[in-house]
Design a protein around this ligand. Structure first.
Ligand SMILES: [Zn+2]
Length: 183
């Protein structure tokens, strides 16, 4: 069981989540055209998203960012509203608990791209909240926050599971909001 893991190339080559249970170094070599990741940002620390953290730490000697300062997977904690460089663009950190207590999304208003982790999935899916540490009320509030703050001309939705969405991405965010509207 693995999450998606994204390699964003540019001035600050960045891994967003690292997945679990596959050879991430080989995959990076296949897609990175020789560029080396400078940092990892974790959307949250569920096992399917962090399983390869130690492997990339050993291979690249890089810093791992995330919300939970207490997590052994996180070297440098991030806060809501902070700006981080990802590839060639600046992204805002959104603390979006619910599916996990340490969940974040990354949003670039210039790129109009959202990395939604396990908060919002393509085709109106939302993160499960039946696991320890989950909170459905928080999930609903986090989704509301995202709907209110992303551009309605969102260009890209990159979720923790499922396909990449580059067409009518905002519709997928709205569909997620609709799903939890009356819950
Ligand atoms: Zn998760």
């Amino acid at each position: 069981m693995t999450s998606n893991a994204y390699f964003v190339d540019g001035d600050t080559p960045t891994l967003i989540d690292v997945g679990a249970g596959f050879d991430i170094i080989e995959r990076i070599e296949q897609v990175s055209q020789g560029s080396i990741p400078a940092q990892v940002i974790l959307t949250h620390t569920h096992p399917d998203h962090v399983g390869n953290v130690d492997t990339v730490r050993d291979a690249f000697d890089i810093d791992v960012y995330g919300i939970d300062a207490q997590s052994r997977f996180v070297d440098t904690p991030l806060e809501h509203g902070e700006h981080v460089q990802v590839g060639d663009s600046t992204y805002e950190v959104w603390f979006t608990p619910g599916h996990a207590p340490d969940h974040l999304c990354l949003y670039s208003s210039t790129e109009r791209v959202l990395f939604s982790g396990d908060l919002i999935f393509p085709h109106g899916g939302v993160g499960r909240t039946d696991l320890p540490g989950c909170d459905h009320r928080d999930l609903v509030e986090s989704i509301k926050f995202v709907v209110e703050h992303v551009d309605d001309d969102l260009k890209g939705l990159f979720a923790g599971h499922g396909p990449i969405i580059e067409q009518s991405a905002y519709d997928h965010v709205l569909a997620a909001a609709r799903l939890v509207e009356h819950t």
